[in-house]
Design a protein around this ligand. Structure first.
Ligand code: E4P
Length: 217
């Protein structure tokens, strides 16, 4: 499973990128707001740093304006994936941009039917939002499994990008189901390395080592 980082925080992306853990980046208007940066500037900086797809989201709601915004975002760098909402205008934009060779990430997906119609429109990525479904007592991971089954039934090439990931367990479950990509905040990716028994075991080893009176360096 590929790891995308869900942030517009350049320093946080750089830290994970140095460890080879960044296969791509996703942003959205809320993350741009959080960064306090200009969308075109910060997106260019991220595209220069990361080899994989960098999602940048349109904000228009009608198709013509959305297509124009998408084309402008696509000019930032060859690794831009234009992010469009799962609306009829978004699907029109998806078809127009993918036909022109631009990667498109169709976002705000909350049902298997939405994922199916996005694949028909040629989406490069479909972003089902796990956490936001869990928030309203629905099962986000069940949606990932349904989309996996449907895409595999018919050989759709649209990549399943598990989004709105809130925990390290979400990463594990998405990987078990077979999501192609998971996008997560930097803190969630780092939390995947944590285990209480690792901490306990290390404390014991260090305590015993001190008693030996030895040094390695
Ligand atoms: C992904 O592309 C989305 O921007 C993101 O995962 C949304 O996550 P949230 O529901 O935690 O805001």
């Amino acid at each position: 499973m590929k790891f995308f980082v869900d942030t517009a925080d350049v320093a946080a992306i750089a830290e994970l990128n140095d460890l080879g853990m960044v296969d791509g980046v996703t942003t959205n208007p809320s993350l741009i707001l959080k960064s306090g940066r200009d969308i075109l500037e910060v997106t260019k900086e991220i595209c220069d740093m990361v080899d994989g797809p960098v999602s940048a989201e349109v904000v228009a709601t009608d198709a013509d304006e959305m297509i124009a915004e998408g084309r402008k975002l696509a000019e930032i760098a060859p690794n831009i994936a234009v992010k469009v909402p799962l609306t009829w205008a978004g699907l029109k934009t998806c078809k127009t941009l993918t036909d022109a060779g631009t990667m498109v990430n169709v976002t705000l997906c909350f049902s298997a039917n939405q994922a199916l119609i996005a694949a028909k429109a040629g989406a490069t990525f479909i972003s089902p939002f796990i956490g936001r479904l869990d928030d309203i007592n629905l099962d986000g991971m069940e949606l990932i499994a349904d989309i996996r089954a449907i895409y595999d039934n018919y050989g759709y090439e649209t990549n399943i990008l598990a989004a709105s990931i809130r925990s390290a367990n979400h990463m594990k479950d998405a990987a078990l189901i077979g999501a192609d990509v998971a996008t997560a905040p930097p803190g969630v990716i780092k939390a995947m390395a944590n285990h209480v028994l690792t901490d306990k075991g290390l404390a014991q080893f260090l305590s015993d080592w001190e008693k030996t009176g030895q040094k390695i360096l």
